[in-house]
Design a protein around this ligand. Structure first.
Ligand code: NDP
Length: 296
């Protein structure tokens, strides 16, 4: 540190799996004093060589924390196991372990009952994207907003940050919603490649480019759905209505059958569209199908 630089917030990190190790290296590279702990202590050794301090136990790590205590473990159970013997009173806990919204809410309550402030995070990146702002990775945060602002500078080091509300479960909710949408997209890509088959004369690299461009363009439909959900008018601004899409689905299914491709990745959604049309809503866009999924 030169005489002009401001001191960097010390960070305590529990968990040195693939993600934890990437986080650790990003903070070390940015000059943050870093204390690490991992259940398997060997994983801390290379980081100690790079300037980290290794704590022997989670209790020791938490007790000596002078900044955020970042937890990046396998799952919520391992977070409970790791933090249960520590003195959390007065600590700032930032949980970057993937969890469900309910687990995040419960863990926030659990931490607050022990006198800690709590922020939950959902990492929208894989380890090679950490510490690389050019890759577009970021972390959703929710929970204690004051805590988020206090540590914003340190939290921004590994990846971009998006605060999504004071409800501790919201980061997990946003995270899982995006991953769920991605799962549907991958299902579509899988089906598309199955349709193209093993034919030698198909240029798969070119097809992948076409797929990418098409999906990128179609993803913009999310804005129309959001506007319809907001207004309550599911026919508003509809480009392709459900009746048309349901009719086109028959062509998609017939083509799959003709090429001996199992349509199972598509049929549940197609059935949902058909159901909404049969209810008399063929003039709507997709927004009306959402209510069919929710048990309210
Ligand atoms: P790893 O499987 O590489 O590491 C798991 C970590 O959890 C290790 O530090 C492991 O310790 C520790 N751990 C497991 N069980 C326990 C336990 N009972 N008590 C204490 N420590 C335990 O996972 P990642 O580092 O990749 O992931 C960490 C979190 O980050 C997960 O919640 C994951 O979903 C999330 N994440 C990961 C991404 C990725 O691409 N890797 C992307 C986005 C989020 P030990 O070394 O001793 O086994």
């Amino acid at each position: 540190m030169d005489s002009h630089s401001t001191p960097k917030t010390p960070v305590t990190l529990l968990g040195l799996g693939d993600m934890g190790t990437a986080l650790a290296r990003a903070w070390l590279a940015a000059g943050h004093p870093l204390t690490v702990w991992n259940r398997t202590p060997e994983k801390a050794r290379p980081l100690v060589g790079e300037g980290a301090r290794a704590a022997a136990t989670p209790s020791e790590a938490v007790a000596s924390a002078a900044g955020p205590v970042v937890v990046c473990l396998l799952d919520d159970a391992s977070v409970g196991e790791t933090l249960s013997g520590t003195e959390l009173h007065g600590r700032d806990v930032v949980n970057l372990t993937t969890n469900t919204p309910d687990q995040a809410e419960r863990r926030a309550r659990w931490a607050r009952e022990r006198g800690a402030r709590f922020l939950d995070g959902g990492i929208m990146a894989i380890p090679p994207m950490i510490g690389r702002p050019d890759t577009g990775g970021y972390v959703f945060y929710s929970g204690d907003h004051e805590l988020f602002e206090r540590h914003r500078e340190a939290l921004t080091v590994p990846a971009g940050v998006k605060f999504v509300g004071e409800e501790p479960g919201h980061a997990a909710l946003y995270d899982v919603a995006l991953l769920s949408a991605m799962t549907g997209m991958f299902a579509g890509i899988t089906h598309a490649f199955a349709l193209m088959g093993p034919e030698k004369d198909i240029d798969r690299a070119r097809f992948a480019t076409l797929l990418t461009e098409w999906l990128g363009g179609m993803a913009g439909a999310a804005h129309g759905i959001a506007a319809q959900l907001e207004s309550g008018d599911y026919t508003e601004g509809v480009g392709s209505n459900l009746a048309m899409m349901a009719a086109a689905n028959e062509t998609l299914l017939a083509t799959a059958q003709g090429r001996s491709v199992d349509p199972r990745l598509l049929t549940p959604f197609m059935e949902l569209m058909r159901h909404r049309v049969d209810q008399g809503h063929g003039d709507e866009g997709l927004a009306g199908t959402i209510g069919l999924l929710r048990a309210e």
